[in-house]
Design a protein around this ligand. Sequence first.
Ligand SMILES: [Zn+2]
Length: 133
Amino acid sequence: MSLHPSSYCGVTMTADTYDDDVALHAYVLRHFPHLMTALERRVTEYIAPIVSNSDDSKILKLHEFLEERDGHVDDADVISAFQTPLDERIANAVDRALETRRDDLNENRCAQCQRLARTPAAKQCLWCGNDWH
Ligand SMILES: [Zn+2]
């Protein structure tokens, strides 16, 4: 495992540029999407609104899958959420999850440097190299 990753949960960051807030957001988004509400997931996972009255059969199929997976979300709420840019939608959803579901979040932090590991199950710190196998 490289100690100088170019990507951490989809975010470009090295040990020198590590930002805990950025890391925590990326970590939640990658590993704890189930802490988000059905609406939040619906409007953060896709760049297009997945609604029930689409002309596109692929979107309709996806809509059916998401309703089954997450529960019902109103089309009007999806359209309304898309008024906000994607990165802002994501930041808001993660902020809310952190504020209200923090107890359900397994923050796998390195005992040596306190930074977040790459995954909840990781046993090695990619920032300082500490190994707790
Ligand atoms: Zn560490």
